[in-house]
Design a protein around this ligand. Structure first.
Ligand code: EPU
Length: 420
């Protein structure tokens, strides 16, 4: 197993290119199951999560070819059963349910288990399928959905913690081949949902309103093949923005969509960093001002993303004064806090909030990654810390960051990946 070693304190500068979005790629790859014709998807990041998704598609009968960032998928015939062995490694496997239900009118997928960032139920996905006329059964750890025919209906995707992203994706993917009009109320408005809707429309679907809280889908008889470029990864962008802030002299991120990270840019400029954008790049640099602590609450898009909360904890841990971060999406998503404390951070959890008292410096330590974004936070803290930080369980990072260590090295970080 690999670990990452970081010799902290090196100033970062220069530029890197941001990869395609993991959270766009996963449902878009799943959506290719909706047609017999080939689909060509560009800028698919090379991550363990996208590779798991491709393995699932192959298990379901699709032919997959991968040439660097371009993936061609032809699902001429599909079977509708995704067993535990193929889906257990990734919770997002659940997004094959919608396209399988749309195409085969039935699907059996092993239920996702718990997750360190929270319970992560799929009740809203299942209620959405029921609204379209599907019957849902949970037995032997599998969820089975079936419907002799799917009929357009109103489905609400908003729960106690806000709209569900993959639930919105799933119902949208089932509804594109339903008879009649489906209205998704309380829809997630994340850019990844829009990217999926754009891809489905290229395949011949009729979807309006993606990016707002109401999505209207007029069912069509069939979909055809399409070609699509995945949008830039806004969480990778945000993570590198924080890297630029935490110890940068001027870091430029290319191939980004600045409007997708405006909440992160606002937070960083409120804290005292300079943020300059063009239509496809962002530069983060210090502006010489004394940095200010922040009060932030994670929210569904366009609010501050929960997927950036851990990285922001790392940044604020060395910002003088008291910062408060509140999680409204995954109230228990604080596994990184105990590890950051081992590096000298002063923070404590009160309910769904992290109370952070900025310290002057962090000290390198061996730390354990617990999930994807928590791992990113530990790497960021390691860039700032005095001495050597050893991040273990690096496979969490490989799920969602393409060449994180290489990109940081390009910016001047002293970071290496070694075998344990
Ligand atoms: N929820 C329910 N019932 C449901 C579905 C969700 O109560 O049926 C709750 C969840 O427990 C959570 C909230 O609703 O409290 C939002 O969860 P959501 O369904 O939106 O999460 P998701 O779609 O499973 C995606 C991303 C996550 C990201 C969240 C929130 C993908 C593959 N995953 O998950 O990304 O945190 O949206 O933005 O798109 C990550 O990339 O590190 C990651 C965890």
């Amino acid at each position: 197993m690999d670990k990452i070693l970081i010799h902290g304190g090196q100033p970062l500068s220069g530029s890197i290119k941001i990869s395609g979005s993991k959270n766009s790629a996963l449902p878009i790859l799943a959506a290719t199951l909706l047609t017999r014709e080939p689909c060509v998807i560009h800028r698919v990041p090379d991550l363990s999560d996208t590779n798991y998704m491709l393995q699932i598609l192959m298990h379901l009968g699709a032919e997959v070819e991968r040439a660097s960032g371009t993936v061609t998928i032809k699902a001429e015939k599909v079977n509708s059963v995704a067993p535990y062995e193929v889906v257990r490694k990734m919770r997002a496997s659940v997004c094959v349910l919608g396209p399988l239900l749309g195409r085969c009118k039935e699907a059996t997928v092993s239920l996702p288990g718990g997750c360190v960032i929270g319970d992560r139920p799929i009740d809203l996905h299942l209620k959405g399928f029921e609204s379209l006329g599907a019957a849902v059964r949970v037995e032997n750890g599998n969820v089975k959905v079936f419907a002799p025919k799917l009929t357009g209906a109103i489905a609400n995707m908003c729960g106690k913690f806000g709209p569900t992203v993959l639930g919105t994706d799933n119902v949208m993917m089932a509804a594109v081949l339903a008879k009649g009009v489906t209205v998704i109320e309380g829809a997630a408005a994340e850019p990844e949902v829009c990217d999926l809707a754009n891809f489905l429309n290229k395949m011949g679907a009729s979807i309006e309103g993606a990016g707002s809280r109401r999505i209207i889908i007029e069912g069509v008889k069939e979909l055809h093949g399409a070609e699509h470029d995945i949008i830039p990864d806004r969480i990778e962008t945000g993570t590198f923005m924080v890297a630029g802030a935490i110890c940068g002299k001027g870091v430029t991120l290319n191939r980004v969509q600045p409007e997708h990270v405006s909440s992160v840019a606002t937070a960083l400029s409120e804290s005292g960093f300079n943020i300059e954008s063009t239509s496809s790049s962002i530069t983060v640099s210090p502006n010489g001002a004394v940095l200010r602590p922040l009060e932030l609450t994670t929210e569904p898009y366009p609010g501050f993303p929960t997927d950036m909360q851990a990285q922001m904890c790392a940044l604020l841990s060395t910002t003088e004064g008291k910062s408060v971060i509140t999680e409204s999406v995954f109230p228990q998503r604080y596994m990184h806090v105990a590890e950051l404390k081992r590096m000298g951070a002063h923070m404590q959890i009160e309910g769904a909030s992290a109370i952070i008292q900025g310290v002057e410096r962090l000290l390198g330590a061996p730390v354990m990654a617990s999930d994807l974004r928590a791992s990113a936070a530990l790497v960021l803290a390691g860039l700032k810390a005095d001495g050597v930080t050893e991040v273990r369980r690096v496979y969490h990072i490989d799920r969602g960051y393409e060449h994180l260590d290489e990109k940081l090295r390009e910016l001047g970080a002293h970071i290496e990946r070694v075998k344990e």
